[in-house]
Design a protein around this ligand. Structure first.
Ligand code: C2E
Ligand code: MG
Ligand code: MG
Length: 683
C-alpha cells in the first residue's frame, strides 16, 4: 500500500518509474543483484525489515545511490541520526508532496557527485601518469614560468650533466650558459618562435655542457600553454640524452657502405673485409689474402683538362673495368678520389697477386672515351702480397700505399710489391713505438756517416749523417720505419735535435785530425721542419759543437717545403741567415716545378736514388736525371746523385755533368770512427 502511494506521488511529480518492491533483507539483496536503481526509498519500520538495516545493505552494495526514508514513524531525532549515517533525505509520510522534488534533487546531486568523482579519478590518473612518465623518462623535465622568468629543472638534469643535487630553479640565462656556443643562436631563435606561436612545438637538438667540460647532445622538446589572448604563459618539456643516438648515427653515416658514384663498396667496407680476411688468415693456416691498391696516374690532370663530369665517367668506367677483371670472390672498393682497393682472397702463390696486378694494369691502360675524346688515364698498383703478418687492416692499406708511391716513383703504369723487410717486424710496430720513446730518452740512437764525393776527381767533399737504431730484441730498425713513427708519436723534434747535436759534435771533432774541410749533411724531417723552430735548434747545435755554419747543410724533402710555401720560405731564410746550406733531398719523387723552387733559398738538390738505380738503361730515368741536372745548373744549384752503386751509373752521370755523388760505390754509411779512418785514407 505504502509503495503504491509513493509511486503514485512520484508519477504525479512527473517522474516515470521502473521499480521493485522488497520487504525483507534477502529479497532486497537479491533485487540489488539484478536491478540497479537510481534511488532507494525505504520505510523506517517494516514488518520483516527495519529501515536501518535496509540503508546499510543498500549503502554497502551501491554506495553512491541516493537512499531516502519515507516514513511516518521516524521522528525528528532518528531522522537526524539517519542523515548523519548516510541517508540522503527523510520525507515524512504526511508530507508526500515533498517526495518528488526531494527525489529529483537527490538524483541530480548524485549525478553531480558522480561526475566529480569521475573527474577526480581522471585527474588522479593523469597525475599518476605524469609522475610515472617523469620518473621513468630518461629525460630531464623542465617547466618554465614565462611570466616569473623561473625554470624548474628536474633532478635528472643534474644527473645528465654530471652534477649532484636535486631539482633546480634556474633562469633562461643560466640555461643558455650551459648550451654550446654554436647551438645558442638556433636554440634562442626556436624558443622565441614557439613562444610567439609560430611553431606547433619546440623541438631542437643541442649540446649542453657536462660538468667534465665535454658536451652532451640532447633533444629538447617543449610546449607552451597560452592565455586567452594567445600569449604564452608557461612552457614545459623535457631534454633527452641523445649522445648515444648521435654516435650511432654518425657511425651509421660513416658506415654508409657504398660509394655513390661507382656503386662500389667504400673504404670502410673494404677495411671491414680486410679485417675479416686477416682474421681468417690467422685462424686458417691455408688461407691467403693479398691487397692491391690501384691509383690512377693522371686523374687530377684529366679532371682539370676535361671537367668534373668527364672525370666522373673515367672513375665509373675504371670501377667497371676493375670489377670485370677480378673473380667473384674478390672485392673491389673505392678508397679515395682516384684510388681503388682490391682484396684477393684465396691466392695460392705470392706471384698470383702480381699476375692479377698486371691484368688490372692492362685493363686500365685501354683508352677511355669521354667528352668526345679518347684519353688514357693509366694506373699504378701497390701490392701487399701476404696479409698474414698484419694485425690491422689500416696497416695493410698503409703499406700498400707505400708500395703504390714507389710504383709511381719508379715511373708509373706499373706495380710494386711492398717489401716487408723495409718495415722490419710488422706485428711489433706497437712495441717499437714504446721502445722508440725510451731509446730517444736514453740516447740509444747512433749515427753513421756516408761519404759524398766528387764524381769527377773522386775527392771527399762531405758526408751525410744517418741515424741508426739497434733495437735490443729486433736488431737494426731502419730509419725509414722509425722516423715516421717518431713523427706520429710527436717525438721527431727531440730526435732531430739529438741527431743535430751529435752530428755537429762528431764532425767538429774531425777537424784537425788530418782530413780536409768537408760538409756535414743532416736530415730534418718534414714534420720537424713544420712543427718546430729548426733554425734555433741548428744554431744551438752549432754553438754547442763549435762547427762552422758553412760546414753544415740541412736536407729537407720537397714535401717539407711545399705544404706551406710561405712559412717554409721564412724558416729557410732563417737557416740561410745562419750561414748553413739547404739541400732538397729525394728530388724528383715529389712534383715541385722549377718556378716553385726559385722562391726558396736552396743551395743544392739530391737526385733520388730511384732514378739512379735503373741507369743508364732506363730512358725515362735518364731523361729525369738529365732534366734535373740542367734545371739545377740554370738555378745555380749543386747536385748530388744518391744511391750510385755501379760504375756505369757513375759514368753516365758524369757524362751529363753531374759533379757529386753518394752511394755504395763510393762508400756505405759507417760508424764515426770508421768514417774518420776511411776519410784519412781517402784519395
Ligand atoms: P735519405 O736521406 O735519402 O738517405 C739516403 C738513404 O739511402 C740512406 O738510407 C742510405 O743508407 C741509403 N743509401 C745510400 N747509398 C745507397 C746505395 O748506393 N744504394 C742503396 N740501395 N741505398 C743507399 P737509410 O739510412 O736507411 O735512411 C733512409 C731515410 O731515412 C733517409 O733517406 C732519410 O730520409 C731518413 N733518415 C735517415 N737518418 C735520418 C735522420 O737523422 N733524421 C731524419 N729526419 N731522417 C733520417
Ligand atoms: Mg738525406
Ligand atoms: Mg735521399
Amino acid at each position: 500500500m505504502d509503495a503504491e502511494l509513493v509511486l503514485l506521488e512520484l508519477r504525479r511529480g512527473g517522474l516515470e518509474v521502473d521499480w521493485r518492491v522488497v520487504d525483507e533483507r534477502e529479497s532486497l539483496e537479491s533485487a540489488l543483484g539484478s536491478f540497479v536503481p537510481d534511488v532507494v526509498l525505504s520505510d523506517y519500520t517494516m514488518p520483516l525489515l527495519d529501515g536501518w538495516t535496509a540503508m546499510q545493505v543498500a549503502r554497502s552494495r551501491l554506495p553512491s545511490i541516493p537512499f531516502l526514508f519515507v516514513s511516518g514513524s521516524i521522528g525528528e531525532e532518528r531522522a537526524t541520526e539517519a542523515l548523519r549515517a548516510g541517508a540522503t533525505d527523510c520525507i515524512p509520510k504526511h508530507a508526500l508532496g515533498r517526495l518528488s522534488p526531494a527525489v529529483l534533487r537527490a538524483l541530480s546531486e548524485a549525478e553531480q557527485s558522480r561526475r566529480r568523482r569521475e573527474a577526480e579519478a581522471a585527474l588522479r590518473e593523469r597525475d599518476e601518469r605524469y609522475a610515472l612518465a617523469a620518473a621513468g623518462s630518461s629525460g630531464g623535465i623542465w617547466d618554465w614560468d614565462l611570466l616569473a622568468g623561473r625554470i624548474y629543472l628536474a633532478p635528472r638534469w643534474n644527473e645528465l650533466l654530471g652534477s649532484t643535487g636535486g631539482a633546480t630553479v634556474a633562469t633562461f640565462d643560466d640555461w643558455l650558459a650551459l648550451v654550446h656556443p654554436d647551438d645558442r643562436e638556433t636554440f634562442v631563435r626556436l624558443v622565441e618562435l614557439h613562444r610567439r606561436g609560430d611553431t606547433p612545438v619546440l623541438e631542437v637538438e643541442l649540446r649542453l655542457r657536462h660538468r667534465s667540460g665535454s658536451f652532451v647532445w640532447v633533444l629538447c622538446r617543449g610546449l607552451a600553454s597560452r592565455g586567452a589572448n594567445g600569449e604564452a604563459k608557461r612552457m614545459a618539456g623535457s631534454i633527452t640524452d641523445v649522445s648515444d643516438l648521435r654516435r650511432a648515427l654518425e657511425q651509421l653515416l660513416k658506415n654508409a657502405r657504398t660509394d655513390s658514384l661507382t656503386g662500389l663498396p667504400n673504404r670502410q667496407r673494404f677495411l671491414d673485409r680486410v679485417t675479416h680476411a686477416l682474421d681468417l688468415t690467422h685462424r686458417l693456416p691455408e688461407f691467403r689474402a693479398a691487397v692491391l691498391l690501384v691509383d690512377l696516374d693522371r686523374f687530377t690532370l684529366l679532371n682539370e683538362a676535361l671537367g668534373l663530369s668527364a672525370g666522373d665517367r673515367v672513375l665509373a668506367t675504371t670501377a667497371q673495368r676493375l670489377a670485370g677483371a677480378v673473380s667473384s670472390h674478390d672485392l673491389v672498393a673505392r678508397l679515395g678520389e682516384d684510388s681503388f682497393g682490391v682484396l684477393l682472397e684465396q691466392v695460392n702463390e705470392p706471384s698470383e697477386a702480381r699476375a692479377r696486378a698486371s691484368g688490372l694494369l692492362a685493363a686500365l691502360a685501354e683508352p677511355f672515351f669521354v667528352a668526345a675524346r679518347t684519353v688514357v688515364a693509366g694506373a699504378s698498383i701497390g701490392i701487399v702480397e701476404d696479409v698474414r703478418p698484419y694485425g690491422e687492416a689500416e696497416d695493410v692499406l698503409r703499406d700498400a700505399e707505400t708500395a703504390v708511391a714507389r710504383a709511381k716513383r719508379l715511373g708509373r703504369g706499373r706495380w710494386s710489391v711492398f717489401d716487408p723487410r723495409v718495415r722490419g717486424e710488422l706485428s711489433s710496430r706497437y712495441v717499437l713505438r714504446t721502445d722508440l720513446k725510451r731509446a730517444i730518452e736514453r740516447h740509444e740512437l747512433a749515427l753513421e756517416f756516408q761519404p759524398i764525393a766528387s764524381l769527377v776527381d773522386g775527392t771527399l767533399v762531405g758526408c751525410e749523417a744517418l741515424v741508426r737504431w739497434q733495437h735490443p730484441e729486433q736488431g737494426p730498425v731502419s730509419p725509414a720505419v722509425f722516423v715516421p713513427l717518431a713523427e706520429e708519436e710527436g717525438l721527431v723534434s727531440r730526435l732531430g735535435e739529438l741527431v743535430l747535436e751529435d752530428a755537429c759534435r762528431i764532425a767538429h771533432g774531425w777537424s784537425g785530425s788530418g782530413i780536409g774541410p768537408i760538409t756535414l749533411s743532416v736530415n730534418v724531417s718534414a714534420v720537424q721542419f713544420r712543427s718546430s723552430d729548426v733554425a734555433r735548434a741548428v744554431s744551438a747545435a752549432l754553438e754547442a759543437s763549435g762547427l762552422r755554419p758553412d760546414c753544415l747543410q740541412i736536407e729537407l724533402t720537397e714535401g717539407a717545403v711545399m705544404e706551406d710555401p710561405e712559412a717554409a720560405a721564412r724558416s729557410l731564410r732563417a737557416l740561410r741567415d745562419l750561414g748553413v746550406g739547404i739541400s732538397l733531398d729525394d728530388f724528383g719523387t715529389g712534383y715541385s716545378s722549377l718556378a716553385q723552387l726559385k722562391r726558396f733559398p736552396i743551395t743544392s738538390l739530391k737526385i733520388d736514388r730511384s732514378f739512379i738505380s735503373d741507369l743508364p738503361g732506363n730512358a725515362e730515368s735518364a731523361a729525369i736525371a738529365r732534366a734535373v741536372l740542367s734545371m739545377a745548373e740554370s738555378l745555380q744549384l749543386g747536385v748530388v746523385a744518391e744511391g750510385i752503386e755501379s760504375d756505369e751509373q757513375r759514368s753516365a752521370l758524369v757524362g751529363w755533368g753531374c759533379r757529386y755523388g753518394q752511394g755504395f760505390l763510393i762508400g756505405r754509411p759507417m760508424p764515426p770512427e770508421d768514417f774518420l779512418a776511411r776519410a784519412r785514407r781517402w784519395a
